[in-house]
Design a protein around this ligand. Sequence first.
Ligand SMILES: Nc1ncnc2c1ncn2[C@@H]1O[C@H](COP(=O)(O)OP(=O)(O)OP(=O)(O)O)[C@@H](O)[C@H]1O
Ligand SMILES: [Mg+2]
Length: 306
Amino acid sequence: MVIICPHCQHEHTIDERKLPANVTTVRCKTCKKLFEIDKQNQSQSDTAPPDEKTGPRKIAVTLSKGGVGKTTTAVNLAAGLALSGAKVLLVDTDTQGQSSFMLGVKPKAGLTEFVNDELSLDETMIPVRDRLWLLAGGKSLAGLKRVIDRKDFGGEMTLNEKLSSIDKQFDYVIVDTSPGWDPLIVNVLFYVQDVLTPVSLEVLTLQGLVEFLKSMSSIQKYNKEVALKYILPTFHDKRVKQSNGILSKIEALYGNHVCTPIRYNVRLSEAPAYGQTIFEFAPGSPGAQDYRDLIRKVANNPNLFT
Ligand SMILES: Nc1ncnc2c1ncn2[C@@H]1O[C@H](COP(=O)(O)OP(=O)(O)OP(=O)(O)O)[C@@H](O)[C@H]1O
Ligand SMILES: [Mg+2]
């Protein structure tokens, strides 16, 4: 079974059969701190295939720092999972609303209208590709944040309550977030189980990651389900010494969480202008190859796209 240390987020794979039945506390080999294990929950592998009973896998693509590749990752991850045969809902919680732009659509309504019960699901959740649906973000989300702020209690569960009522039909829900830290991001962290943080390979981003993980641990006190699952190095340029140095540092600090990096690839920056995913715009590009690799890891299926 896989055990994640709540202190340092390190993932440990242990043989359940060798664990004495009366053992409920273990010591993390990495940070040396003690923590309690919940055998029942831990043994449900994080990469378990989605099913009706447990609902979809819910993954937030988030980091407080701007411009690290969150939206590029959320859109291409969602689109790639849909291409692999899964049913996917992409939720854009950013007032910039760039997921729609990247997918070449201009929805009239989206997440705000759905959460506020202003319009029906059919009018707000739009099909954007085969097996891929979008609840769009945009400026109107500012109003939603105010609604959340005004609630006397339970504001942090607003998104969870609404999305849980419709998400059973999907295999994956991928949530793109805005930069910074606001009530909507807190809401997202009360909804998802897995967190994927794109980390552009710069010193400042590494610092941003440490800060973000501190903020996230304050949420984890209340939502035990949410955990850092994937760290995705982005804008990797092998020719740049700093890029390699920061990658080694991240790998040393976060081990198994670290995914194969997404290389700096100009095709990734060109695709949004055409409203296309990288798989449509440049399927043979390094960017497409790297995102396919991420999708294989997330789906826990090394044979996808082969
Ligand atoms: N691997 C890459 N190589 C080259 N360009 C990239 C790569 N990933 C993303 N980009 C480009 O970098 C810019 C920022 O990416 P993106 O919008 O995905 O970041 P973000 O974290 O969502 O930003 P924000 O915090 O503003 O929401 C975009 O123009 C995007 O096309
Ligand atoms: Mg973005």
